[in-house]
Design a protein around this ligand. Sequence first.
Ligand code: TRP
Length: 924
Amino acid sequence: MAHTKLWVLLVLYVGALQYLPARTEEAKPEGEEECRLLGKFDLRGYVEAEHTDHVIGGMFPMHFRTILEEDPTSTPPMSPQCEGFNFRGYRWVKAMILAIRHINKDPDILPNITLGYQIYDTCYTMSKTVENSLAFLTGQNETTPVFRCSSGAPLAAVVGAGGSTLSIASSRILGLYYFPQVGYASSSLLLSDKYQFPTYLRTIPSDNVQSQGMAILVKHFGWKWVGTIAADDDYGKYGVKAFKEKIEKITRSGEICIAFSETIPKIYSRTKIQKVVETVKDTNATVIVVYSSDIDFHPLVEEFMISNISSKTWIASEAWVTSALIARPEYFPLLGGAIGFGVRRGHIPGLKEFLLDIHPGRDPNDDLAIEFWQSAFNCTWPNASIPYNTDNRKNVTGHENRVNFTSDHFCTGEENLEELNNTYLDVSELRITYNVYKAVYAVAHGLHQLDLCTEDGGPFTGTSSRCASIDEFEPWQLMYYMKNKMEFTVLNETVHIDEKGDVYTPYDILNWQMNGTNDIAFVNVGKFNSSGAEDYEFMVYNDSIFWNNPAAANPRSTCNDNCQPGFRKGIQQGKPSCCYDCIKCAEGQFSNVTDARECNPCPEDYWSNADRSGCLHKEVEFLAYEEALGTTLIVLAVFGACVVLSVTGVYIKHRNTALVKANDRELSFLIQFSLVITLMTSILFIGKPVDWSCQSRQVSLALGFSLCLSCVLGKTVMLLLTHLAKNSKVAEKARMVFLPIFQKIIVLLSVLTEVGICTAYLILRPPRMNKNTQFLNVKIIFECDEGSIIFLCVMFGFDVFLAIQCFLTAFIARKLPNNFNEAKFVTFGMLVFFIVWISFVPAYLSTRGKFKVAVEIFAILASSFGLLGCIFVPKCYIILLKPLRNTEEIVHGKAATNDKSAPPTSASCTSEVNNTTVSTVLED
Ligand code: TRP
């Protein structure tokens, strides 16, 4: 681009020079100005302008490059020489000449008008192209720009130039004069900008379409990690830019990333090329997009061959996909399987014959034909001034390394062109050639339209005539016809050029395969058609594609391996989004797809499995009836209840004995009843809790205990009072009357109080079943939420209060030799009760889940058994085994007992019992 501007400046500068008085030795008469030739262009090509009505200009890369001069300022400026004969470009030239011949012969288009041509070699360089453009404007080769001094046929329009950068450079100059230009190969998006290039039209679709196709192709094959290589020109750089933009547009952001972006230097530099090679070697991207002309890409391919790179899939742009320079069998290990976009192909009748119709002997001035012959047959034409130079490849380094080969044998002129296996004669893939043909027709069609103008329908105003004359028109007048909806038919194809100068022809998707004769075949594996907008037509036959990798399958191209289910992508700082770490999902989360962006939380009651690829129903935990612990506890409770019931049985059977009577039968039965309740309550703790079991378990336990303890309290209070009343007869009487009532009142009050508390608890903040999922993630613990802890404490606090009272009264009364030493056993019973419940607290607080419940049941069972053991077992012992002692006297302590063999009542009770007063009480 910068070069282009430079050249424009140069043109203007050269133009301005014309108006300066020339500094010559001789004095010129005043007012007379002199035109002076500043430099001579050395342009080569084909010109046929005589005896023609109009001339069409043409610019073609007949050579690959110019020879770089070492220090151009030390010598007069010389137009550079070109080197590296380009057979393909030469074929394009021939196609243009043929097209003009066809038009001249065609009675339907421009009858009576003969077209000529003025075709120059651009040598695929900017400087030559600018020279060409200036020459077109001035009409001939060796005069000054700006003025057209030529008297020959006027130049109507220009066809060319090949590469986009060249078209841009020339179009900037030609555009100044509103000179129509039709490109056949320049596809850069920039050229669609009519503000910058108002007179540029083309017969090749813009790279906007091609880039879209490449992006869709990459997406289609699921490639995520793609490298790009661009020629360092407007074609490569803008092509890759458009490709990246399309990738972003058609994929969710970050789905496809660019692994690297390299450029091929325009001027050969081995170090720069090697850098590109290193990048390709080091990358793990297997897919590489190359936006470059074959001429620029070629040295890089050579370097790739040296470093033995293989197993890459190349995405070829239209400029090299069918190029014979690149598509050589020796490059197949590297480039085989390449997939590329080829512009529409066509067949030009008579081209083959026309191409064959060339001989250097025919015209000694036809340098190009001579050079063609020399290059094609590897010989030297006698007396030729053109140095023979076949090896186009080695000669790319410019001046220092330039070698002009001279073949040791002369051409005979008898060489057989038909046997020549050369891209020049290959008319099987006429793509750009066909575009050249169409471009010439476009110009002819414009001229034809101009010629058809009728005076009243003419578009021009402000001129003497509404029509432009075909014999004498201005370039802008022709431009008018070429800009307005160009639509014409060439070789049965309708060409439509829109107001931006663009065409939308479908692309063939080509795949490089090896055919039977060890040649590269461009197999058509699909089609892409788009008008650049969202809607497009894309089709590939996956099965017919040859993949150049050991697996012979669509290669994977990703920055790293996919994340398996159970993992999610994790960003790597400073790396593209396609490169990521795989992070295992957290507990309770899962991902069931590959490359998940996020892990999803498992639904309620579910928990992730070990590899986090799914969710499992959470394990449910509660103390079940079926499990050993549950069954054991039930058995113990039932056993306890049976023992209590058998005690009741014993009591009923011996209800009239002194011991039973003395111990207040009703209270004893109530205690037994309450013990059955507490023991059976423990069963409510087992099994899956539900609301009612949660509510009933604590309440019935509290009530059971309050009944039990209040009865015990009644007993101990009575013992105490009995003793106090012993000394007076009146008191004795009162005792007999009031105490039983007093006892019942104590019991009733206590139970009623507890019932009150329980009712309030159940009404205000009742316990509920709770699914605890917080404590253990993998389990749902079914437990009871106690509702109000305060109520619970008050409820059991009341029991504790009763128990303390029992203990205190029993403790005071323990030494009174009365009533079968009841108080002492109650004291023990209460001690057992306290010990059990005090140790219960820490055990309860430190366990969770079903064991918490088990601890509570243990405490209930232990305390119940404690009370049972301490209160009833000694008595049953006497009732059943020592009936002799079951008399009024002994029971009421009126007779002394003397039985040393009194057995221990229970383990916990006896140890102390034996050392203290029990022995005396129990003695006969
Ligand atoms: N499209 C290329 C550009 O815009 C030019 C191009 C197409 C080309 N095919 C080619 C150049 C073949 C050289 C050889 O620059």
